[in-house]
Write a protein that binds this ligand. Sequence first.
Ligand code: C2E
Ligand code: MG
Ligand code: MG
Length: 768
Amino acid sequence: MHVDIDIRVAFSAIFTFLMIALFFCAVKGFRSNRRIGRAVGWLDLSLLPPMIGNIIIIGSSVEIRSLVGEYIFSLGMNGVLVALVNFTDIYCSGMGNGQQKPTAVYIVLAADFVQVLANIFFGHAFDLEPVMVQDKTYFRVVPHWGQYLHRTVDYAVFFCVILIFLLASVKTSRLFREKFTMLLASMIVLSIWQTFYVFSRTPVDRSMIGYGVVGILVFYLSLYHRPMRLLDRTLSNIVSEMSEALFIYDPTGKCIWANEKGLELTGASIKRLDDIPASLSKKFGEREYGVDAWSDNKVIVSGGSEKYYYIENRPVNDDKNNLGGSVLIIRDNTEEQLRLKRELYNSIHDSLTGLYTKQYLYECIRGMLDGAPDTDFVAVFVDVKNFKIVNDIFSSSFGDLALKQIAAWIKADMNEKCVYGRLAGDTFGVFMPAEQFENDRERLENELANFTVSDGNASHHLVMHLGVYETADRDIDVSVMFDRAHLALSTITDDYNNHIAYYDNDLREKILWEQRITAELREAIDTMQLRPYLQPITDRNGRVVGAEALARWIHPVHGFMPPSMFIPVFEKNGMITEVDKHMWRCACKILSKWKECGRDLFISVNISPKDFYFIDVVSEIKSLVDEYGIDPIRLRIEITETVMMNDPEERMKVLDDFRRLGFIVEMDDFGSGYSSLNLLKDMPVDVLKIDMRFLSASGSKERAKTIVKNIIRLSEELDISSLTEGVETEKQYQHLSLMGCKLFQGYYFAKPLPQDEFEQFADNGKEK
Ligand code: C2E
Ligand code: MG
Ligand code: MG
């Protein structure tokens, strides 16, 4: 091949130009202060030595100079490859899985560098031979094995780099692929170009021009290139596929573009954008579409369904702040609005019955009270008795059905002057004018008496009660009104004839009383306002053998209070246990005093059925007798039949425990409840207390006598001794003695007495 001398000069000029350009690129790269910038800087700088080497080779006709040029070129190529590998590592980072540092590659290149350099001493890599090119001598390389090794290393590294770029361009997103493919293509071209020179042994290697160009391309792609075309396409795709309708207007207010949704909404085509303003005005009303900034919500009703739209017009300014047009966005909000409506509905309606929730009902009631100051209202608390049983016996789905039917029943007779809702599981609240309720009262009583729920197969009669609070005090909390209506329910005792109860002054007084004495109980115990009175228990000869401790409250304001004034209250609220513990302790104290003075009597204490729920009665009493050093036989335990009603097996164990510890267990008020003679045979009790009053109240005196006589006989046969209480006359006493009764208690002997009076009485009795 002929190489013209002008071409040599021309190439030298091109190389010089490229070198200057690369140098500036390198400086810019370093200045960018980014990692990739520095990698580009090193790559572009590394290209300078082989280029200089190439210029020397091209321009030289002297062997030694050509040789220097060849060394600079060959060794410089290893520098280029080091910089290229480093650049590739950074440029393609994130594309591989857990990239490793290419240290091994650097080592190989360094070894090759040394090997080529050793050619100075061993001449194993290459020699130069003179070639005449148009009258001028040009020295070209005669390769030996060292040079082949060098080329193999360089090619291998270069192809690895190409491979990495290939992988990166496959893996990256469409948007960024261009960044890799451009470099990949240029490197492939470059490698072919270089190969051509290597194998054709053409004297002037022009492929270095390609290196220079790649160096500049690397600089541009790494630091300045943004794939604008793809970006534009991607953005316009996004906008076209947006769920909002989008219209773009020029600064004069003319529609110049609409996305798919926009065309669909207006029924226009992209070729007839002029139809859009008219279509928008028809659909959403006359407005300045495409001018100024504004936004609006629109509801469009068509064919019975509602559609909600949010419309926004936004002016768009260019970078010099001149109006560049505007964007009109129309969003179909229907789903969101319907969801909000649904959520609002759910937040104020009970999901099962569809009635208002408690909170919302209370809000409405407050509004009604404020809005109608002259109307008297009633708050009605609707309660289903034993609703749990409905769920248990039938099923919870039947229970749900029952609640829905109750809700429907409540709803049926309501008008706009009433509000109603579900208060809790099986309770409902109604608020209505008092007059309306009174007019409906009779009908309601009838309906309540016959209220039945049915699912087509099973039907069940539901007992429902209404508690009514007349809103005399309108300022109290609505919840308190319903609390009071609820309290009224406690006065309904007869489930069958009476279903409606009112919160009235008596009830109010009763509740206040209960609250007051409950609050005062602690102090009453501490100050001994609450104390035991002792009612003597005598034997057949009238001799006092013991006493029953009965609670009395000597109140500083209300005076002497019998247990009927407070025991039921405390039984209801659970405070009875406090009373009992106090009474047991007092009894123990008295017994311990009697022990000291040699008074050989016992005391019976009462145990409420409730105590068994709250405390371990046995250990409580046992620790008391231990504390006071009393023989358990002196403290008798009175339990009632009702104790045995719940969990009889467990209770029998408790009674056994008492007896094993040496206590005497008495069954109190036998005959008052559902006395089961059957139960008696299994019951671990020592004494049966038969209450005369209960027996004489039911039926004739003769029958009562017969019953008592037989109970006494039966108990004797069962080895249980009998004690008759409520003995009021001498006749009763004599009869009972004849029947075999051993112990007696009653007004005939003495009423419950304060401790000192009792002691006197007992002493006198002894004297009898
Ligand atoms: P109880 O345990 O059956 O006590 C006997 C009740 O009959 C006492 O009424 C007594 O005063 C009364 N009584 C005794 N003899 C006669 C009589 O001949 N005729 C009439 N009409 N009544 C007579 P009290 O003291 O009013 O006690 C009533 C009930 O209160 C007691 O019935 C007992 O169940 C309960 N109670 C009294 N004190 C306590 C206590 O400390 N704890 C517990 N849990 N209950 C107590
Ligand atoms: Mg008793
Ligand atoms: Mg009794």
